[in-house]
Design a protein around this ligand. Structure first.
Ligand code: 1QQ
Length: 374
């Protein structure tokens, strides 16, 4: 009934038609394309994650726009792996009437950009942010990514059982919101499992030479090295550890969930253990179809970040169709109604804290690929 009015108040919409339609769910019909935004790290230190996310989103966009009733106009902007740039992108999306925003890629960026969206009442769906506290920033902030708190404990538990871990060294960068949050979970989980932490060492997200830290770590004679780092640090850290003769398991957090690790560290990456929010070996119809379509479209296998991005658009589509509306508050309400949605990540529910719930998996790198740790 109020079609068009609220979008005009938001500063004008790029869509020709109304953002409210008729029907609901599969029978929902909305006249104009629903404008969605994504802020992804397409350049800068997190670009290897952002590229996968962009592929996942574009594939989902193609699939969704081929369905009846609702189409989407997705604008992807580069956040430069930089909080300031992301703030600018979020301000633009707020001003141009975007219905909901996906991203940004890093928790460290999200903590600074999300308040812009919360203030404006524009829903945000994080697709890769795993730090504690992301969705606590407000009732417009949701995520489909599992937190480190949902993945690390079972990873540490599985690794402790498999390799009979008694004593480890923990390494993390202490100047990034995600790696710090991941570290806290790692420390708690190790304590829970009764594993002694011989030493805890910190570095900067920008560091690439870990030789002296690793040499000191080796002296503690650990059964494993547990690391909270982003990919740009993870690759040299793993490579240098093997060069220095450290052959114990290396256990990584979500930053390690990146095929760039195997591409760049090569044989050094073998045996690395990483918990993940996506099981590439899942034979569910949703995952099988996603993996085949991705391979077909891009000529390579998807990674976790592509699967979470693809799922993110499915989640938003479900939220839009729930109230058959692309109005921001309707999408916000729709996001609270995502329950047992069948996705490549498994059956996904958004809980009362606006966080995602679905199965996780513990992986080990074998023959250059992530395999399920048994
Ligand atoms: C975060 C992460 C990163 C690894 C995403 C790419 O988990 O920043 O929260």
């Amino acid at each position: 009934l109020l079609a068009g009015c609220s979008t005009a108040q938001d500063g004008g919409s790029t869509t020709a038609g109304s953002l409210t339609g008729s029907g609901s769910g599969d029978s929902c019909t909305i006249e104009g394309a629903v404008p969605l935004g994504a802020a992804l790290s397409l350049t800068g230190a997190a670009a290897s994650y952002g590229e996968s996310q962009q592929n996942g989103l574009n594939l989902a966009l193609k699939d969704l726009n081929a369905k009846d009733g609702v189409t989407y106009d997705l604008t992807i902007e580069d956040d430069g792996s930089d909080p300031k740039q992301a703030i600018g992108v979020f301000e633009k999306f707020v001003a141009d009437g975007t219905s909901a925003v996906i991203g940004p890629t890093l928790s460290n960026t999200a903590f600074q950009a999300q308040p812009i969206a919360q203030e404006a009442g524009m829903p945000v769906l994080a697709i890769s942010n795993t730090a504690e506290g992301i969705t606590e920033q407000g009732d417009f902030i949701f995520r489909d990514s599992l937190t480190e708190g949902q993945v690390i404990p079972q990873t540490i538990e599985a690794a402790t059982a498999k390799f009979d871990l008694k004593k480890v060294v923990v390494m993390y960068s202490n100047d990034d919101a995600f790696t710090e949050s991941g570290y806290t979970v790692m420390a708690d989980s190790l304590k829970e499992q009764g594993v002694e932490v011989a030493d805890t060492v910190t570095f900067s997200v920008k560091d690439t030479d870990f030789r002296s830290l690793l040499t000191a770590a080796k002296e503690s004679d650990p059964d494993a090295i547990v690391v909270s780092a982003l990919i740009e640090a993870a690759i040299p850290l793993v490579t240098q550890a093997r060069e220095l003769g450290i052959d114990v398991p290396i256990i990584g957090g979500n930053g390690f969930n990146n095929p760039q690790l195997m591409a760049d560290a090569g044989a050094a990456a073998e045996g690395v253990i990483v918990g993940a929010a996506w099981n590439s070996a899942s034979e569910s119809p949703e995952n099988t179809a996603f993996m085949a379509a991705y391979q077909d479209e891009y000529g390579s296998a998807p990674d976790q970040f592509a699967a979470q991005a693809y799922t993110g658009l499915l989640v938003l589509d479900h939220a839009v169709r729930a109230n058959c509306s692309g109005e921001r508050t309707d999408v916000q309400d729709g996001l609270t109604q995502v329950k047992d949605l069948k996705t490549p990540l498994g059956s996904l529910t958004i809980n009362e804290n606006r966080d995602a719930e679905h199965a996780a998996v513990v992986q080990i790198v074998e023959d250059g690929k992530f395999a399920v740790l048994n």
